[in-house]
Design a protein around this ligand. Structure first.
Ligand code: PMP
Length: 505
């Protein structure tokens, strides 16, 4: 009598446990068991037809069928607040971007060997967002291609191959970019760095070699040794490649003075400074359009990807006229898809949308609300060791002990999976896999920020409520005695951290 006619998909397991699928009695495919079976079937087909090195997010994989603005919708029609995907910068399926790309695709989309005003128009509009002398654009298809080209520009301009990178940095998936990405070549399956690459310590003011907001110059001084080592190895530095905020490094905001000190050292030895803005550009930092501006520097080369086309495969390199001229050494640069009219139309629509909807200001406002909220939560939940970020690029470190700062990766994985169950998507990263990453489309609202904060508060409070929880945190700030993390296993008996840790994103 008291059974509802309609139930939430999230209650499916409950009702499936109480009664057989009525669909079977009615001779119609049942919705009671439908979606889990569909997920299993997709997983099986994926295992048969795709390379196994592709990862899947979350303990319970998400079967998404629709995205609109800051929400993703699963096959049951359940919405998820997307607090992690920074590619749909101006919103999933943003109507303006979709219409612009579709309209152009239906008329003309070819390569840059023909004249078309969109190419100049977009290059001018993009260059106008940069401080001088950055003004020469190249268009490519991805962040990896942008970084590949940036390294080529530096090598041709300086005649040198030596490259300094920051520890745990990630710059892309090509052979050369794995060589300059410690996140990959020092990670699982990695084979180390070649002798033309030297890395400097992660300038992490919370748990790094030097601590505190004033640690920038100390970290920058570490470039001296790296530059010396490259010279000794016979590969003087041609380039310093650095993310303007460190993504895989754990959403680290660079300490003040870091890039100024590092760039000065690199340039004194004749090297070129490349800022990788693939993750963090286009207003995400809130205070500035480009995150490097927050450090008060102007790089020699800037690489762009992800948000630039809101999902359309577009990337760009912006450099000085001098470096662009040096690169013009007789070899043509040709990129079949880079700079096609459809991709330029998508890119132009993104720039217009950011400007007209004032999304940089929104990033600052909503980001501040999330940061303030997280800092309040820190007062109640001891597991929240550090909270940091700029605009809508935010990280929260989970620790076992505030004093020792011992990382708590199990807690981060658990929280990300629980948030997913509550309809909020984040991911985890950092060298210790204990940082919750928040980097949503810039269209999120203050109400969305509150939803994230309430869900996180609930999860951390639930956890603190009893030892029967999947992980037991070290206690609330008021001093509840601690417990031990219990590792859990995923669907196929793998450690759950494999599912909850997307790579290189
Ligand atoms: N640089 C950074 C900082 C990135 O995060 C990524 C992608 N995760 C890349 C470069 C590579 O971009 P793509 O995946 O588009 O090749």
């Amino acid at each position: 009598g008291a059974f509802p006619g309609v139930a939430r998909p999230s209650d499916r397991a409950l009702y499936a446990g109480l009664c057989p699928d009525p669909g079977l009695l009615l001779g119609a495919p049942g919705r009671l068991s439908g979606e889990p079976a569909a997920i299993d079937s997709l997983l099986d087909r994926r295992a048969r037809s795709l390379g196994p090195s592709l990862s899947i997010s979350y303990e319970k994989p998400l079967h998404v069928v629709r995205g609109f603005m800051q929400h993703l919708y699963d096959a049951d029609g359940q919405p998820y607040l997307d607090m992690v995907n920074n590619v749909p910068h101006v919103g999933h399926s943003n109507p303006r971007v979709v219409a612009a790309a579709a309209r152009q695709m239906a008329v003309l989309s070819t390569n840059t060997r023909y004249l078309h005003p969109l190419l100049e128009e977009y290059a001018e509009a993009l260059a106008a967002t940069f401080p001088r002398p950055l003004s020469a654009c190249f268009f490519v298809n991805s962040g990896s291609e942008a970084n590949e080209l940036a390294l080529r520009l530096a090598r041709v301009a300086t005649g040198r191959k030596g490259t300094v990178v920051v520890d745990v940095g990630y710059h892309g998936n090509t052979t050369t970019l794995i060589d300059v990405s410690p996140y990959k070549h020092d990670g699982r399956g990695g084979r180390g760095a070649p002798d033309w690459v030297r890395k400097v310590a992660l300038p992490d003011p919370y748990r790094g070699l030097f601590r505190g907001a004033a640690s920038g110059p100390d970290y920058a001084a570490l470039l001296d040794d790296a530059l010396d080592a490259l010279e000794v190895a016979g590969h003087p530095a041609g380039a310093f490649l650095v993310e303007s905020m460190l993504g895989c490094g754990g959403q680290v905001v660079l300490p003040e003075g870091y890039l100024a000190g590092a760039f000065r050292r690199v340039r004194a030895r004749g090297g070129v400074c490349i800022a990788d803005e693939v993750q963090v550009g286009f207003g995400r930092a809130g205070t500035h359009f480009w995150a490097f501006e927050h450090q008060g520097v102007v790089p020699d080369v800037v690489t762009l990807g992800k948000p630039i086309g809101n999902g359309w495969p577009l990337g760009a390199v912006v450099t000085t006229p001098e470096i662009a001229r040096a690169f013009h050494d007789g070899m043509e640069y040709f990129n079949t898809f880079g700079g096609s009219q459809a991709s330029l139309a998508a890119g132009m629509a993104v720039l217009r949308e950011v400007a007209e909807k004032d999304l940089q200001a929104n990033a600052l406002r909503v980001g501040a609300r999330i940061l303030t909220g997280l800092r309040e939560l820190q007062g109640r939940h001891a597991a929240l060791g550090d909270v940091r970020g700029l605009g809508l690029y935010i990280g929260a470190e989970l620790v076992k002990d505030r004093e020792t700062r011992e990382p708590f990766p199990e807690a981060a994985g658990y929280v990300a999976n629980r948030l997913r169950d509550l309809g909020v998507l984040v991911s985890t990263d950092g060298p210790d896999h204990n940082v919750l990453k928040v980097k949503p489309p810039l269209v999120v609202t203050e109400a969305d920020a509150d939803l994230l904060l309430e869900a996180l508060d609930r999860i951390l409070a639930e956890d603190a409520a009893g030892p029967d929880r999947p992980f037991v945190s070290p206690g609330t700030v008021s001093g509840r005695p601690g417990g031990r993390a219990r590792p859990r296993t995923g669907r196929q008996g793998r450690p759950r951290s494999r599912r909850s840790r997307p790579e290189g994103r």
